[in-house]
Every structure is written in structure tokens, then in C-alpha cells.
Design a protein around this ligand. Structure first.
Ligand SMILES: [Fe+2]
Length: 621
């Protein structure tokens, strides 16, 4: 009896362990196994072990003498007592352990270092002989981030850091320079907004943009300025070790633009002595008039993140596809007109220096075409902060950085939903981190956005959100049963059907998948790649594979899933005219097309009633 009892106990324990393991697995999938590399450093536990025998020297001392915003720096390290877990941290500001520190928790001691480095490398990363010779030469690529830099040697690895030596301080010639412009469509079709970052406060210099049609007289427009305060962060690390001053974020509104015209612009600051500080000159093409028949091309993806070109932060570990996607888009810059990055932008997760790194990475794209963003869990989610989800994925940023660093034409940028027009396209961008269900403020917006489009002028109606509110056969959505974010499509599908949404795009799941035209779990059209006439349902496309670690699919493929790809990539829409649309999925590795479909139809096909799309009618005699 006792034996069988013990067996039962062991069996029960085994079942509980299995259940715990499966929970852990499920939560790892939900949260994602990637971890912000800077969060692996226990910087608040750092202690001082300074040794005069260790030397670290950085060169050159002054960066950006020709106006560059990115420079390579050489760091020479000599350490008579080397170890394989020695690492080099890049700090900015350079004076990293004399700033005001607050304990992370009440019971903690005041930390010796209270600021995370902006990046790091192991001392032996470029020289495997380091542990024998004690000598290493490391290359770092730095961007202008409004403050000086220092390089610090730590022993004890990332978890038990001991500060051994600090380098000389280096800085950019003008650390306050206006940098990293990002374009976004304004609230009307003929308005372009330019947002940039600088170190100039408004009582020090007047921010402005000088702009005009290419080759013609340039005019000046004012800019508004926003800042982000440490106490506007919701929690740690954004409020503690991850905090970094973001300087001044300026936005100028260029109005009354001529359609499809090339404009040049540069950002400037008028100093009190009457002189100007200028950025370099950029150019963009203005948006077409809504309904205008011209070639219109759209790039759409989610979850790209950033990575360091100098190999810092365990290169390719956190967002392995990010640089490939960025580089393909830079290479193809002449062949598209607007970009949508639908959430999970930087994955800064409360390490705020990463926003500069991200805006620098996408600068060639965002300074040339409108870079429209949506909010994801890594921008917004924080417990008890009004986000629909109560997880800590934003690292305490609770949306503040995303809504300040990038402009979106929303009524209220803290609620990230908005509509925007691009010629024959009408976009309704939802915010999956706020409630979207029937009866909510966002649901009303979505219905209004879908209902307000004149399909004769703008036949191509696109819905997008970060989380998969439609369909995905990613493994965690499949385990949950409905192949969607819980409660995702239940109230929205009738809107997509009623208003005849052509395509619904999603990110969050890090892969590519395309469905048939679908309504209430049923394929409503048997065609797979050349749709013509009435569509009968919405096509759902997951384009969350732009950079972050990939998500697994289920082994069983649902019958509505037409094409799946476990790889990094992004989507492209091309509207040739009012009746012909092409969608292409391209891999980030080679920029080639791996999946595509076309829609060919006329206005009468959009008007034609399909299941649940028309109100019951009464025939008047
Ligand atoms: Fe996400």
C-alpha cells in the first residue's frame, strides 16, 4: 500500500513537472526566447577593482570632424592579468559612475554604477590570443548620441562585473548635431512630417526645416520639440539602469505639397548668435493625391529590431535578420514609396540608448520615404499601465519612446491607431496593445476607418496590426486552439467582411504566412495566386519575420494556409492601377521573391455583395 502510494506521489510529481515544463515552454514561446543583450549585464552589481597596470586607450579622440554621424574607433587594451570573461563596455556619457544613482529596490544598496553601457564586446572577441598575451585591439562603430564616450574594462563576466580600468574620453565634434530624420505622412495627404533628434534645447536654438521643390527656392518651416523624462518611464530598466537622455525630438509639418513631386530638405537650428547648424540635405517624393492612378509601392513588415555592425552585443543573436532586411531595403530604395513597420521596432526593452541605434540604422530608409509605424508589445506593454496585456515586454517604456521618437497621424499618439492614404491605398492601422473588441473606442475607430473609404477612388483597403488578430499557424497560436491572438478576430471579422478589406497584415509571429481569402475559418475562394472578380473574403498575411529570432509553425498545415516560410523576409504591395494589385514576399537574405499573388478586379466587383457584406435590402416598387 505504502509502495503504491509512493508510486502515485512520484507519478503526480512527474506530471506536475511535465506541466510546469510545458508552461515554461509556452511562456518562452509567447515572450520569445530572445533577450535584450544589455539586460544580461548585472551592471548595478558592479564593484570597483581598478588596477593601474591595466591600460585601455581609444582613438581617435574627436569624431565626426567632416560632419559624419558614424565613426569607427580603435580601442587598445593591455591587461597583465587577462581572463576569457573580461569584457569591454562602451559608456555614454563617458562619466558613468558619478551620476545620481537610485537603488533599484528599496532594500538594495546604492549601486556603484547605475547606468547600462550602450554596448559591449568580450576582450577576446577579436583576438583569441588575448588570454595569453593580455593584448587586444578592438574596433567599435559609434554613432553620434549627443554625449561623449568612454570604454571600460570589466573582469568577472557579465553577471559579476568588476571595473578594472577606464579609457580616455572621446566625443563627436558637434554632439548636439541634428540627426536621424524620419519621415511620416501627416494627417492629410499633402502633408509630410519630419522628426529628428538633436542636443539643442528650445531656449538654446530654434529648430526648423528648410525645404522646397528640388532645384527651386527653399522655404523654412518651424518645428515642435518634445523631450522624454526619466520619471515618465513606467518601470525598470527604463527608469533605472536602462535610462538614457534622448535629447530633443523635433517634428516639422511640411504642408500643401504638390502630389508626386521631389522635395529636398535639411534640418537646422538657429542659434542665438544668428548662425545656423544644418544637417546634410535629404530628399523625398511627396504622396500621390488620394485616388490618383499612378504606380504605388508599399513595403510592410514587423519585428525588425536592430543589430550592431561592429559585432557588439553578441552580433546576430537578438535580431539575426535585422541588418539583412535593412540592407535589402536600402539597396532597393528607388523601388518603393512608403514603409509600414507594424510594431516591435527596436526591441530596446527599456535600454533607451537603443532608440538612437535604431533610428541610425533605418536612417537611409526613413529619411527618404515615409516610415509609418505601429505599436507592439515591445513598445507598449507594462503591468498596470493601461496596456491591454499586463506583461513587461516594453522594459518600462510603456509606449513613451515609440510615440515620441516616431510621428504617426493619430488623434492621440498614446493610442496608436490611425488611418492614412497613399494614392489608391487606404490603410487602417490598429493598435493591438489596446483593446480592439466591439464597444471599445478603438473598435469605433476601425469601423469608421474602413467605412470612410470611397472604393472607386481607393480600391485597395488594407488593415494592419502588430499581433495576429486574424490567422496564423504559428505553434503557440495553434496550441491555444484558434490560430489567432485570443479574442483577435471574433469582433473584427465582420468588419473586414462588411467593408471588403483586401488584405490584413500582422507581425508578432516571426515568420511569413499567407492565407486564402477567408471568412469565419473557411476559405471562400479556391484560387491560390491570381484572384479576379469578387474576392469573397480577406487575405491574411503574417510578415513578422523582418529580423527577430524566428517562430516555429505547427507541423499540421491548416487548409487555409497557402504559403508558409520559416525565414526572414518582408512584404511588398504594388498597385499598378485601380484594378490590378501585386503582392510579393521577399527574403531578407537575397531580396528575391518567394511568394506572390495578384488581384485583378473592377469597381463593380467591390460593390458586389458577398456573404455578410451587404445590408438586407427592401425592394421599393
Ligand atoms: Fe511582438
Amino acid at each position: 500500500m505504502e509502495e503504491s502510494c509512493r508510486c502515485l506521489k512520484v507519478f503526480t510529481m512527474f506530471v506536475v513537472l511535465l506541466w510546469l515544463a510545458s508552461l515554461r515552454l509556452a511562456s518562452a514561446h509567447v515572450i520569445g526566447y530572445g533577450e535584450q543583450p544589455l539586460s544580461k549585464i548585472a551592471i548595478h552589481k558592479a564593484t570597483s577593482a581598478l588596477r593601474e597596470s591595466v591600460s585601455i586607450q581609444a582613438n581617435p579622440v574627436v569624431l565626426g570632424l567632416q560632419g559624419e554621424d558614424t565613426e569607427w574607433v580603435t580601442v587598445d587594451l593591455v591587461n597583465p592579468d587577462p581572463s576569457e570573461d573580461d569584457w569591454i563596455a562602451v559608456f555614454s556619457p563617458a562619466d558613468f559612475n558619478s551620476s545620481t544613482c537610485l537603488p533599484v529596490n528599496d532594500e538594495d544598496q546604492e549601486p556603484y554604477i547605475c547606468t547600462s553601457p550602450i554596448k559591449f564586446k568580450y576582450a577576446n572577441s577579436s583576438n583569441s590570443e588575448y588570454t595569453k598575451t593580455g593584448k587586444a585591439v578592438l574596433k567599435f562603430q559609434l554613432i553620434n548620441q549627443r554625449a561623449d564616450f568612454s570604454f571600460a574594462v570589466f573582469s568577472g563576466g557579465l553577471t559579476n562585473p568588476k571595473l578594472v580600468a577606464v579609457s580616455n574620453y572621446i566625443s563627436f565634434a558637434n554632439p548636439k548635431a541634428p540627426l536621424y530624420p524620419r519621415l511620416a505622412q501627416g494627417k492629410s495627404w499633402d502633408e509630410m512630417t519630419i522628426t529628428w533628434t538633436s542636443g539643442y534645447a528650445i531656449d538654446e536654438a530654434v529648430p526648423l526645416v528648410e525645404w522646397g521643390l528640388k532645384g527651386e527656392t527653399q522655404t523654412q518651416s518651424p518645428a515642435g520639440t518634445l523631450t522624454v523624462d526619466q520619471n515618465s518611464m513606467c518601470g525598470s530598466p527604463a527608469r533605472t539602469v536602462g535610462w538614457r537622455d534622448q535629447g530633443f525630438i523635433h517634428t516639422s509639418f511640411l504642408k500643401n505639397l504638390w502630389p508626386n513631386s521631389v522635395y529636398t530638405y535639411r534640418m537646422g537650428h538657429l542659434l542665438s548668435n544668428g548662425s545656423y547648424i544644418w544637417s546634410k540635405t535629404y530628399s523625398f517624393k511627396s504622396s500621390p493625391y488620394p485616388g490618383q492612378d499612378s504606380l504605388q509601392r508599399v513595403i510592410i513588415f514587423g519585428d525588425m529590431g536592430k543589430a550592431e555592425r561592429d559585432g557588439s552585443n553578441e552580433y546576430s543573436d537578438y535580431q539575426p535578420g535585422s541588418l539583412n532586411t535593412t540592407d535589402q531595403l536600402i539597396k532597393d530604395l528607388k523601388n518603393y514609396d512608403i514603409v509600414f513597420h507594424i510594431g516591435d521596432m527596436t526591441y530596446s526593452n527599456g535600454y533607451i540608448s537603443q532608440w538612437d541605434q535604431f533610428t541610425a540604422q533605418v536612417e537611409p530608409i526613413a529619411s527618404t520615404v515615409p516610415y509609418m509605424v505601429a505599436s507592439g508589445n515591445h513598445e507598449r506593454d507594462w503591468p498596470d499601465s493601461g496596456s491591454f496585456y499586463q506583461n513587461t515586454d516594453s522594459g518600462g517604456e510603456c509606449g513613451v519612446l515609440a510615440e515620441t521618437m516616431f510621428y504617426v497621424p493619430a488623434e492621440n499618439r498614446a493610442k496608436f491607431w490611425y488611418s492614412t492614404d497613399y494614392g489608391m491605398f487606404h490603410f487602417c492601422i490598429a493598435d493591438s496593445e489596446h483593446d480592439w473588441r466591439e464597444g471599445t473606442e478603438q473598435y469605433k475607430f476601425i469601423e469608421h476607418c474602413l467605412a470612410s473609404v470611397d472604393r472607386r477612388k481607393q480600391p485597395w483597403l488594407i488593415f494592419a496590426a502588430h499581433r495576429v488578430l486574424g490567422y496564423s499557424s504559428n505553434d503557440w497560436y495553434a496550441e491555444e486552439g484558434a490560430f489567432e491572438e485570443p479574442m483577435g478576430r471574433e469582433s473584427l471579422q465582420k468588419l473586414w467582411q462588411k467593408y471588403r478589406v483586401d488584405i490584413a497584415f500582422f507581425g508578432h509571429v516571426h515568420n511569413y504566412e499567407r492565407t486564402c481569402p477567408i471568412y469565419q475559418n473557411q476559405c471562400v475562394n479556391s484560387e491560390k495566386s491570381h484572384y479576379s472578380g469578387t474576392m469573397n473574403g480577406t487575405i491574411h498575411i503574417v510578415v513578422g519575420g523582418a529580423g527577430s529570432h524566428l517562430s516555429e509553425f505547427t507541423t499540421a498545415i491548416p487548409n487555409w494556409s497557402i504559403y508558409r516560410d520559416y525565414d526572414f523576409g518582408f512584404g511588398k504591395l504594388t498597385a499598378f492601377n485601380h484594378s490590378y494589385l501585386l503582392f510579393e514576399y521577399k527574403k531578407s537574405s537575397d531580396g528575391k521573391v518567394y511568394d506572390s499573388f495578384t488581384i485583378s478586379r473592377e469597381y463593380k466587383d467591390v460593390l458586389a455583395c458577398v456573404h455578410d457584406s451587404c445590408e438586407p435590402t427592401t425592394l421599393a416598387s
